[in-house]
Design a protein around this ligand. Structure first.
Ligand SMILES: [Zn+2]
Length: 416
């Protein structure tokens, strides 16, 4: 299944951004969310924002009032960069985020063009950002197939993100074990086996047609209370492509939806290990290139950035926990500005120091800093332009932690 790099990058960026924004809370109702659908006039939005700015003068708390008005001003400044909303519309989040005790708030602004068109025109000022329409856009990364089977019944289900969908339910019609001895018992047993074989075949056929038509199907979990699940897998019922996707075989006591959830829980440790394996492989490949001194591996912000800009990168490895932020420093007296990056944990100190520094151009002490995004986003954008593949690396594996601590969280494997 072909996903264009730009769609994939947009999704990665959105996923990352939503993860960050979900945890941000304002001290008061002072965080602004603005959704502009495609085709909407920016001038109209500006008019609305000026009205909101006026309304904000009625806010009683002096700090909240200032924070809201500062945020609206920032949003309007950002909007000046656009004549009209981009193809899929535009979303802006802006507000004062506390970094410690009262007074430590820093205005942050994030703007993004979503991977799919926005349908609503929306403005809110709340103590949190309004993220629902974007959360809906982030497709679940995995589709998992589940087959639950025992001697009497079977459930076939699809799990997409948090949604469980039952695709089919089958019963075998097999009578319980025979108690009679002798000749009739053997006949009964043969009959039972034939009915069971027929049942496995029906379940297999259904699973094959349901799962082979799911291009995003990633893994399959097989569950059930007894040994039937193993007989079913070992037999010739399930398509070989699907067999190769079986990630876990687990014991479950239930069938239908409850059983599917039980199977997911039981399989979770195994599934995670598999995901981590993929991540490990990516980092190990990078380390192998370093070890061979092949010249095909680079790391560190500057080197990787240069390689991306020169379109030399085949694969970008980037740590999900890279915490450097992009900051725009502006002088309110002369308009001089520059962009820099700073570690998230040092940002408060950096911004407060800025207040006492003098402007390199006009020497006034009127510099302010605004967080405009993250280094991670910047790399994703560069990777997109360079047509490079991207591996998001967590810090859950030893290799992932090594990438973050030992190589600055950014590495690349170059094109041969
Ligand atoms: Zn200045």
């Amino acid at each position: 299944m072909a996903v264009s790099i730009s769609e994939k990058t947009a999704e990665l960026k959105l996923t990352w951004l939503l993860r960050q924004l979900r945890n941000k809370k304002g001290r008061g109702t002072e965080l602004i969310s603005l959704y502009i659908p495609p085709g909407r006039q920016i001038s109209e939005v500006m008019t609305n924002l000026r009205e909101e700015y006026g309304k904000a003068s009625n806010i009683k708390s002096r700090t909240t009032r200032k924070n809201v008005q500062d945020a609206i001003t920032k949003v309007m400044q950002r909007l000046k960069l656009y004549d009209k909303a981009p193809e899929n519309g535009l979303v802006i989040f802006c507000g004062a985020i506390p970094r410690g005790p009262p007074g430590s708030e820093v205005i942050e602004i994030y703007d993004l063009e979503p991977p799919k068109p926005i349908k609503l025109s929306y403005y809110s000022c709340d103590d949190k950002f309004y993220l629902d329409p974007l959360l809906e856009m982030v497709k679940p990364q995995q589709v998992i197939g589940v087959i639950l089977i025992d001697n009497s019944e079977a459930t076939i289900a699809k799990v997409e993100g948090k949604d469980v969908e039952i695709l089919g339910y089958h019963t075998s019609g097999v009578p319980g074990k025979s108690h009679k001895g002798g000749q009739s018992a053997r006949r009964f047993e043969r009959l039972r086996e034939s009915v069971l074989n027929d049942f496995y075949k029906r379940v297999g056929d259904h699973a094959n047609s349901a799962f082979l038509s799911l291009p995003k199907l990633d893994k399959i979990i097989v569950g059930g209370p007894g040994n039937t699940k193993n007989i079913f897998i070992q037999g010739d019922y399930l398509n070989y492509q699907l067999k190769s996707k079986i990630a876990a075989v687990v014991d479950t006591s239930y069938m239908e939806e409850q059983g599917v959830k039980e199977a997911l829980e039981r399989a979770a440790p195994k599934m995670e290990r598999i995901e981590l394996l993929e991540e490990k492989k990516a980092v190990q490949r990078f380390l192998a290139e370093i070890g061979k001194d092949s010249g095909l591996a680079v790391y560190g912000e500057e080197e990787v950035k240069q390689a991306l800009q020169a379109h030399k990168v085949s694969r970008l490895l980037i740590s999900e926990d890279i915490s450097k932020l992009r900051v725009v420093v502006e002088c309110s007296s002369c308009g001089y500005s520059y962009e820099t990056t700073e570690e998230e944990e040092k940002i408060e100190l950096f911004l407060s120091k800025l207040k006492s520094e003098s402007c390199p151009k006009c020497k006034a002490t009127s510099l302010t800093g605004t967080i405009v995004g993250s280094v991670l986003e910047e790399f994703l954008e560069l990777a997109e332009k360079a047509g490079a593949d991207v591996d998001f690396i967590s810090s859950k594996s030893e290799e992932g932690r090594m990438l973050l601590k030992g190589f600055g969280g950014v590495a690349a494997i170059l094109k041969v």
